[in-house]
Design a protein around this ligand. Sequence first.
Ligand code: PEP
Ligand code: MN
Length: 490
Amino acid sequence: MSSNEWKPDSWRNKHAAQDVAYPDREHLSKVLSKIRTLPPLVTPSEIERLRHQLSLVQRNEAFLLHAGDCAESFDACTHENISAKIGLILSFSLILIWGARLPIVRIGRIAGQYAKPRSSPTEKIGDGEVPSFRGDNVNGLDPNDRTPNPERLLSAYFHSTTTLNHIRALLTSNFASLNHPRSWSLSHVRSPALRAEFERISEGLGDALGFTRRIGFWQESTPYEKGGGRGALGEVDFYTSHEGLMLEYEEALTRKFPLPESLRSPSSTSTSRSPSPSSRSRTRSGPNVPEAYYNTSAHFLWIGDRTRQLDGAHVEYFRGIRNPIGIKVGPSMKDEELVRLLDIVNPDKESGRVTLITRYGAGKIENVLAGHIAAVQKSGHPVIWICDPMHGNTLTSSSGLKTRNFGTIISELTSCIRIHSENDSRLGGVSLEFTGEFNDEGFSVTECLGGSMELSEEQLGLRYQSFCDPRLNFEQSLDVAFLISNHFKK
Ligand code: PEP
Ligand code: MN
């Protein structure tokens, strides 16, 4: 194999940051062999459809909403939780459609978002030190269950499958019909002002635009599925994503498929060069049919801020898959490093392939973003810029809970919008950690401070449910949606 040849397993020759040390490698191999035989979760045509829609975002013809949990858990895989998450994403996107008058591309952090990178391999619990929790697909939250167990990868596959199955069911059975936005869980919103505003928008949209057509805008526009009439997963388009951290798992779900016919024509610029170095070969479908490797575990995968080393295993894996990808960009990224990374993962400069998810922190964005924008503009790389105002703004409350301040989140978001417009660029979307979960009494979680409900430090402990990063609750999320929506209305 030449040193530059890409294969689903060529990442194994590189150093993988955040690697998990399985004590029983043989057990791991057995589990991976099993996963390799299991069916794909998503299809190449869905993945291509998303690439196409992201190319519209890149050209400012659509807006991207990327949102969901920091980490999913196996226990939270219930009907109530999944429908609350989808409901919140739909509500949020409706508010954005109202303001931006653009179609929204919806990508959930869902149906596979289990693995977590950690800043330290161990953590203090009580008087002792135990291996850190790495996500439900690796080890258990229980401090006595921290040894990595490969069976958890298989369990992650099945929980992802069942989550995706339920999403598909919801989206093909009228749940997303914009004739009933209230059934998405608005009944829980206590603030009369927020409720009234949302209801005004949904009625206005229903009257003025023909709701269902507008949210299903894509039905007319994709070149990948002849006949149209349906979104990627149902009545509306919805896509899944997770951080591509556990490369053994990602490799086992990486499958070779012929490129869709519409992408094979010589006039198609996006395939003027093969999507991966080994993509043109003899196959059962005949000689010289171009093929590509698709990661079939999710439509969209991203590289985390801790695993984006230019010579690392994650970048190596990501450069060969055909899926659209995200790259988390933190304050330590150098301008020229960002361009070199883009050269590696998108050498043909294809629109819709790369989304840069910036997460600097409200105090750092002023020093870094403009330089990143200028470097990327100079390189000619067609990227989508989206703002993650969550991960640079985490703090510890006086009671020791990990939290984020609504005001700081808004501050990074508004700076981001402004800096883009000052630099001849445009914010193409947002990446948020939020949840539509409510408890039995109808109260939402209390993990982030502030917002229109003015959540205080004393209230944080009331319903703090995240076992990873703090999420915006339903009301706080709608506050963010209105803020973005109002901005684009101007
Ligand atoms: C995350 O998105 O949950 C995450 C860990 O982000 P980052 O890689 O930006 O720190
Ligand atoms: Mn997170």
